[in-house]
Design a binder for this molecule. Structure first.
Ligand code: HSE
Length: 440
């Protein structure tokens, strides 16, 4: 066993992920020391509340208090592991840890997406590492893949199912016809959902993660405010069934793509061909597809949430930091994959400028000429139709559902088409739109 003295870490938060980190760091201590070249211990933990009986290995934590700032100010602690989540006080604690010259490992996607530029600048000035593998796709080492494994490539696009709760809900709706609220409750009980589950359902959690992936893929500063975000709450049982009939699955995707005019950053429900592997990623699992110019398509799959899978990524980061401290601390991987002085100011595209295909569902009066009025609007705007389904009216109903799949078109044109279709007297209510990606 290595003769070097153990590395002391300080843990902020003993919730779902914090508890998992204690269990993994203590349970796999010997294996981890063999990999890191040093023993890694938790010398000080700070948590306002925790369930001592639920955490395996808690007896091996040096000291447990309720003050996170005492952990970041503890002179013995070399690496601070932030697992509180949210913006505040996590941000203040992380910045203070950095100011104190400590390395930081965090699973906090909201913090990195919204404040990462400031945090990385501070870390750069202090010469410390901020590692955040667990912030995107839980246990899948996607940050390492984008930042290191694929470093030879010009990345063309990345698309992922990066919110386990949302994928769990869509899967249960499709397979078992279960109720949205009931499935969400189960995800909360299993420890997958965010503290505020609207972050999962409204797509904010996925947008945090996509923002980070976009920066790592294309070397642009983190721009969460420019990420187009749409959640899953508008998806109905009938959309899931129509998509199936057309040979597609509906997945909540985060997509980032390099185009000639800018970078796409968008999160929304998406129809993808059922034959794609990623279309068959179900339940709480996550998957990210990355297309590089040299490597071609690569797919990363695994648990995107949960105590031990997320701890797997957190502890891997701690081991990385331990190795850097032990070997060549000057030669580090840049925080956002590209050297800070080589970041690009390539702009993020407005959603209206994005090109994609569409699934449209509308309710029409069952009379001659309705379909041709709709298709004329699409045709006049240069929007090609890929497929149309017109269903029988339900018994006693005045309206029939019409489902149209279009070819790729600029979102601006589609917005105009939808406005014109909704203005037709023969169309009732709103046109329901879901974007379609072939991911080919
Ligand atoms: N709420 C998140 C999810 C947890 O469901 O994926 C992991 O970031």
């Amino acid at each position: 066993m290595p003769a070097m003295k153990p590395i002391k870490t300080g843990l902020l938060g003993l919730g779902t992920v914090g508890g998992g980190v204690v269990t993994v760091l203590t349970g796999n201590a010997h294996e981890i020391a063999r990999r890191a070249g040093r023993e890694i211990i938790i010398s000080h933990a700070g948590a306002k509340e925790y369930d001592a009986d639920a955490i395996r290995g808690l007896d091996q934590v040096g000291r447990i208090g309720d003050d996170g700032f005492a952990v970041v100010d503890d002179p013995e602690v070399e690496i601070v592991i932030e697992l509180i989540g949210g913006y505040s006080p996590a941000k203040e604690m992380v910045l203070r840890a950095i100011a104190n010259g400590k390395h930081v490992v965090t699973a906090n996607k909201a913090l990195i997406a919204a404040h990462g530029n400031e945090i990385f600048r501070a870390a750069q000035e202090q010469g410390v590492i901020v590692a955040f593998e667990a912030a995107v796709a839980g246990g899948i080492p996607i940050i390492k893949a984008l930042r290191e494994g694929l470093a030879a490539n010009r990345i063309q696009w990345a698309a992922g199912i990066i919110n386990g709760t949302g994928n769990f809900i869509l899967t249960e709706m499709r397979d078992k016809g279960r109720d949205f609220a009931e499935v969400l409750k189960e995800a909360q009980q299993l420890g997958y959902a965010e503290a505020d589950p609207t972050f999962d359902v409204a797509g904010i959690d996925a947008a945090h993660k996509l923002t980070i992936m976009g920066s790592l893929a294309f070397g642009i500063p983190l721009q969460f405010d420019k990420t187009y975000t749409e959640g899953i709450s508008t998806i109905g049982q009938q959309d899931v069934a129509y998509a199936d009939a057309l040979g597609y699955r509906i997945k909540h995707l985060g997509i980032t793509r390099r185009t000639d005019s800018g970078i796409e950053l968008r999160v929304h429900p998406t129809l993808i061909p059922a034959r794609r592997l990623i279309a068959n990623v179900d339940g709480v699992m996550n998957a990210v597809l990355v297309q590089g110019d040299a490597v071609g398509p690569t797919l990363y799959y695994g648990a995107g949430a949960g105590s031990l899978p997320t701890a797997s990524s957190v502890v891997a980061d701690v081991i990385d930091v331990a190795r850097a401290l032990t070997t060549d601390p000057g030669n580090r991987v840049p925080h956002l994959a590209f050297q800070p002085d080589a970041m690009s100011d390539f702009s993020v595209l407005a959603m209206a400028d994005v090109h994609t295909a569409y699934y449209l569902r509308m309710q029409a009066v069952d009379q001659p000429g309705v379909l041709s009025a709709v298709t004329a609007i699409l045709g006049n705007l240069d929007i090609s139709i890929e497929a149309i389904i017109q269903k029988e009216p339900a018994p006693g109903a005045d309206h029939v559902p019409i489902i149209i799949l279009t070819q790729r078109v600029q979102e601006r044109n589609m917005n105009t088409a939808i406005r014109h279709i909704e203005a037709l007297d023969t169309i009732a209510g709103n046109v329901h739109r879901i974007r379609v990606e072939s991911l080919g």
